[in-house]
Design a protein. Structure first.
Length: 310
């Protein structure tokens, strides 16, 4: 994920984060997970599950990269839920997955991660005042690294942010090439090709993954257009990915189809309501449409309706 569209842009999502003093020690009634996480699997849990040491083997190392994925998985619901409620869910996941000493250390890491996110947002407010250009982007990158060093040691920082830093440095190098007036088009292409060749495999896989999925889904659509069955689509996906990924994509297909069916019915009923109340006062039409939405969609789903309505 590049610097411009990755970690720095994500900081804006934290504008509403409150201060969370003493959150690592909070103990209140369990909070249900956010609706948007229902039916999903927490990122990072599988990696953490292998960390529990044998009896008497000590607390063992912490998998910082897996912990950050777990934190971000839950923190993606900021706005749906409060940060203390989300932190409580993370604490529960840590208690269920890690040995007690590890869980306590992971909770302390979470507290520092939240503090870092607060500070990152404050720094972002300064960055918005910088003029556009590669120099400003580099200032952001250097500033973010300096900020992280205040909250994490070298081992934590490398594990949690190392791949992201490599991606950001690659993006900066490409931006420098693009903005270098001394290079012609052929020279730029050659230097970009050099960066491509030097790109670490993990970063290349991350960069190419969305492209590969889009290409696979193009194949799936073409197969369906030729009369292919859903079983054939499943086999195509399983061959390109694996059986579990193919099953998840099939489930997404079913959910998407069900949603489209619900939207078709809703839009037809909405049109009928508007036609029947064409001469009624505006307040009556609004009330009727609100009632229609309330009976057919959850609060979270209702936020999506405007994108489908004419």
């Amino acid at each position: 994920m590049g610097l411009c569209g990755g970690a720095l842009a994500a900081a804006v999502l934290w504008w509403a984060l409150p201060s969370v003093p003493g959150i690592a020690g909070s103990a209140s009634a369990p909070v249900a997970p956010a609706a948007s996480l229902q039916g999903t699997e927490p990122d990072g849990v599988d990696s953490l599950g292998g960390l529990n040491p044998l009896p008497g083997a000590g607390s063992g190392p912490l998998a910082y990269a897996a912990l950050r994925r777990l934190f971000d998985y839950h923190l993606s619901t900021v706005g749906e839920q409060s940060v203390p409620a989300i932190a409580q869910q993370i604490h529960l996941a840590l208690d269920q997955t890690l040995a007690p000493e590890q869980a306590a250390a992971a909770k302390r890491l979470l507290a520092r991660y939240l503090d870092f996110k607060h500070a990152l947002f404050a720094l972002e407010q300064h960055w918005t005042q910088l003029p556009p250009g590669s120099q400003s982007v580099r200032q952001r990158f250097d500033g973010m690294q300096a900020l992280r060093a205040r909250f994490f040691n070298a081992e934590e920082e490398q594990a949690m942010f190392g791949l992201e830093d490599v991606a950001d440095q690659d993006a900066l190098a490409r931006l420098d090439i693009a903005n270098n007036p001394a290079l012609d088009a052929a020279q730029r292409s050659a230097q970009w090709a050099t960066l491509d060749a030097a790109m670490p495999q993990a970063l290349r896989a991350e960069r190419d993954a969305p492209r590969a999925i889009l290409h696979l889904e193009d194949k799936a659509r073409a197969l369906r257009a030729q009369g292919g069955s859903e079983d054939e689509v499943y086999r195509l996906r399983a061959q390109a990915l694996d059986a579990s990924a193919a099953a998840r994509l099939a489930e997404l297909d079913r959910e998407d189809q069900a949603w489209r069916g619900r939207m078709d019915r809703y839009l037809a009923e909405r049109a009928a309501v508007l036609k029947a109340l064409a001469e009624a006062p505006e307040s009556e039409r609004v009330a009727a449409l609100d009632s229609l939405q309330q009976t057919q969609f959850s609060e979270l789903e209702r936020k999506r309706l405007a994108a489908y309505e004419p």
